[in-house]
Design a protein around this ligand. Structure first.
Ligand SMILES: Nc1ncnc2c1ncn2[C@@H]1O[C@H](COP(=O)(O)OP(=O)(O)O)[C@@H](O)[C@H]1O
Ligand code: SF4
Ligand SMILES: [Mg+2]
Length: 324
C-alpha cells in the first residue's frame, strides 16, 4: 500500500482580536491508498481545520506550520494554480451541508458536467452523459429526469448524493468527508455511509471521514484518530479502538455512543465542557474532565506515544490502568 496523504507536525492557529486560537497542535496522520481513516472528536477539537489546511482553504487569519504531502507534493507550499488542479482532480472534499458545494441557481446536470468540461476538457454532450452515469453510480434515482432539476428541488439525502457524485467526477485518489451525515435523519445517514463504503471498495478511493460521532466510523473506517483540544490523543485500528480504548477520552466517547442493544435512556455524556481553543488547560488538556487525573496530568502534557503498530496514545496512565 502506498501513502496518499502524510500530515507531519501540523499546527494551525488563528489570530483574533482576543488573542491566538490554537486550533490544531502538532498533528501527524497518514492516509494510505484505498483506506478509510476516521477523525473523531467533539465540536471545536480541530478536525475540520486539519483538513482545511490540506485543501488550502484556511481563513486569512490562520498561521500554519508543519508539512502536508499529497502524492509527493507539499500542499502547504503549493501555489494556488497547483492547488486548484489537485483539488479538482485528485482530492475532493464534501461537507455536512451540500449547499456549500452546490450552486443554487444551476441545474445539477450542468454542475456535474462543468467539472469535466473544466478539468478534463470533455465536450458538453459527453460530459452530460458522464454526469448521468456518475449519478447512477451513486444510486441517484431517475437520474436522467432529474439532471435538469435545481438543488432546492431535491431532498437533503439526494443533494448529498449529488455532492458525492460531483466530488467523484474526476476519480480523486482521496475524498475528505466532513460530517457528511450529520444533517440527515438516521435512515438516510446509513444509506450515505453505505454509499461511501461502496465507493471505497469499488473505486479504491481513500476516504477521510470526519465526525463527532464515534458510531459513524465503526462500520466504515479502517483506522481512527481521536482529537481533543487540537491534538490527536489516541489512534489505532478501528477494531482495537472499540475493543480496548486506551485513552480516558476515547473511553468516554465510546460510553456516549449508543448501541443497538442498549437502552437509549441510559445514554451518558462526558462531564464538563470541551476546552476553549483560546485558553487550553495546562498539562493534559483533558485533565479537568478526566476521572483518572493526577497532579502530574495538571503539570505535564503527555506526548503521543506509539504503543503498537498503528496504535498510539497521549496519556500518563498505562493502558491497563486506563482500561479498568
Ligand atoms: N477563522 C477562524 N478564526 C478563529 N478561530 C477559528 C477560525 N476557524 C476555526 N476556528 C476555531 O478553531 C477551532 C477548531 O475548529 P474546527 O477544526 O472547525 O473544529 P471541529 O473539530 O468542530 O471541526 C475552534 O475552536 C474554532 O472556533
Ligand atoms: S494524562 Fe491524566 S488527565 Fe490526561 S487523560 Fe491521561 S489520566 Fe486523564
Ligand atoms: Mg468541523
Amino acid at each position: 500500500m502506498s501513502t496518499v496523504l502524510e500530515i507531519n507536525h501540523l499546527t494551525v492557529s488563528f489570530d483574533t482580536p482576543d488573542g491566538a486560537v490554537q486550533a490544531v497542535n502538532d498533528v501527524s496522520l497518514l492516509v494510505e491508498e484505498g483506506e478509510c481513516v476516521g477523525l473523531v472528536g467533539e465540536s471545536g477539537s480541530g478536525k475540520s481545520q486539519t483538513f482545511m489546511a490540506a485543501m488550502g482553504l484556511l481563513a486569512d487569519n490562520a498561521t500554519v506550520s508543519g508539512a502536508i504531502h499529497f502524492e509527493g507534493s507539499n500542499l502547504l507550499t503549493a501555489n494556488e494554480k497547483e492547488l486548484n488542479k489537485l483539488r479538482g482532480e485528485r482530492i475532493a472534499m464534501i461537507f455536512q451541508d451540500p449547499m456549500t458545494s452546490l450552486t443554487p441557481h444551476m441545474k445539477i446536470g450542468r454542475q456535474l458536467a462543468e467539472v469535466l468540461i473544466e478539468h478534463r476538457g470533455v465536450g458538453k454532450a459527453e460530459a452530460r452523459k458522464q454526469a448521468r452515469a456518475m449519478l447512477e453510480r451513486v444510486h441517484f434515482p431517475e437520474a436522467e429526469r432529474r439532471l435538469d432539476m435545481y438543488p432546492h428541488e431535491l431532498s437533503g439525502g439526494l443533494r448529498q448524493r449529488v455532492m458525492i457524485a460531483m466530488a467523484l467526477m474526476c476519480e480523486p485518489a482521496m475524498l475528505i468527508a466532513d460530517e457528511p451525515t450529520t444533517a440527515l435523519d438516521v435512515t438516510v445517514q446509513a444509506q450515505i455511509l453505505d454509499l461511501l463504503m461502496e465507493i471505497k471498495d469499488s473505486l479504491g478511493t481513500a476516504i477521510v471521514l470526519i465526525t463527532h460521532d464515534l458510531g459513524v466510523v465503526a462500520g466504515l473506517a479502517d483506522r481512527v484518530a481521536v482529537m481533543y483540544g487540537g491534538r490527536i490523543v489516541e489512534k489505532g485500528a478501528v477494531a482495537d479502538m472499540f475493543e480496548s480504548p486506551a485513552h480516558p477520552y476515547t473511553q468516554g466517547l465510546l460510553a456516549c455512543t449508543p448501541r443497538l442493544d442498549e437502552d437509549i435512556t441510559a445514554l451518558v455524556t462526558i462531564p464538563g465542557q470541551p476546552p476553549n481553543a483560546q485558553s487550553l488547560p495546562g498539562g493534559c488538556s483533558f485533565h479537568p474532565r478526566c476521572t483518572y487525573v493526577t497532579e502530574r496530568c495538571k503539570a505535564e502534557r503527555p506526548i503521543l506515544e506509539t504503543t503498537a503498530k498503528y496504535r498510539a496514545k497521549a496519556c500518563h496512565l498505562d493502558a491497563l490502568e486506563a482500561a479498568e
